[in-house]
Design a protein around this ligand. Structure first.
Ligand SMILES: [Mn+2]
Length: 270
């Protein structure tokens, strides 16, 4: 998937935000039919829905950065169908405060995105039918770029958020560190030091590439290092957990800073 390509089936974009930080090409949101900018007292839902079909992958997704069971009105019927099915059955990933259903077709990718969404506090539903008869590449890459687009759209303006976030997360002997800047400057340095060929059906070379693809789509600056650890499953999972916590911190709303852009330039759009 070309990171610069527009996403198909997007409804009109949200009203211009006060800091003009929305790029021209972005998955659109959603959130409100009002034409006035959101006030702190009536903040727009930080959510996005995305649907994308190509010859390589068909992805439908809904994201709410603040958890809950609420998703945008334009959420794809296939996402709703999945939620309906899971709510009647084995909704093991869904809790009182978060709805998380991940069916990318790659089990270990589902596991990593589950860790990311759970510890970031997101509600996230993804269904993907990809060309897994070829390999895992298109599916893993496209899902993560699309998740980045959805994140960028769901966040909307960076006004009032912390902007920077960093976290360490261990998993037994493994320890990872993630540092994020909601910068509108896509850049990623990911060093996980994985040594296996694959974990489950996900190639280890795709794991840092997934994070890089997410950062590209989300337009964030991201540094993730696995600092130690013997077991590659542990190394990868600790990295996604560290990313999750760093994202939660960076996107948290700062009391008293409502409506303020956290930048010395006064904008994060340039
Ligand atoms: Mn695990």
């Amino acid at each position: 998937m070309d990171p610069a390509s527009p996403i198909a089936q997007r409804p009109p974009t949200r009203p211009p935000s006060s800091d003009s930080s929305q790029p021209a090409v972005t998955p659109s949101s959603s959130s409100t039919t009002s034409s006035s900018p959101p006030s702190p007292a009536m903040a727009s839902p930080r959510w996005a829905a995305l649907s994308r079909d190509t010859n390589e992958t068909s992805i439908q997704m809904a994201l709410n950065l603040d958890g809950t069971s609420s998703f945008p009105p334009e959420t794809d019927a296939r996402v709703h169908a999945l939620i309906e099915t899971e709510s009647k059955g084995h909704a093991a990933q869904t809790s009182k405060s978060q709805t998380i259903i991940l069916q990318t077709g790659i089990g270990f990718l589902d596991h990593m995105l589950h860790a990311l969404s759970k510890h970031a506090g997101w509600s996230l539903v993804i269904t993907c039918k990809g060309d897994l008869h070829i390999d895992d590449h298109h599916t893993a890459e496209d899902v993560c770029i699309a998740l980045g687009y959805a994140f960028h759209e769901a966040l909307g303006s960076a006004a009032g958020i912390a902007r920077f976030g960093s976290a360490y997360a261990p998993l037994d002997e493994a320890l990872s560190r993630a540092v994020v800047d909601i910068s509108n400057r896509p850049y990623a340095v990911i060093e996980l030091g994985l040594k296996r060929e694959k974990i489950g059906d996900l190639s280890c070379e795709m794991i840092p590439h997934c994070m890089q693809s997410f950062a590209q789509g989300a337009r964030i600056t991201l540094h993730v290092d696995c600092l130690r650890g013997f077991n590659d499953h542990h190394r990868a999972e600790s990295a996604f957990k560290a990313l999750a916590v760093a994202m939660r911190i960076a996107t948290s709303k700062v009391a008293g800073k409502e409506g303020e852009i956290p930048s010395t330039k006064g904008t994060l759009s340039a």
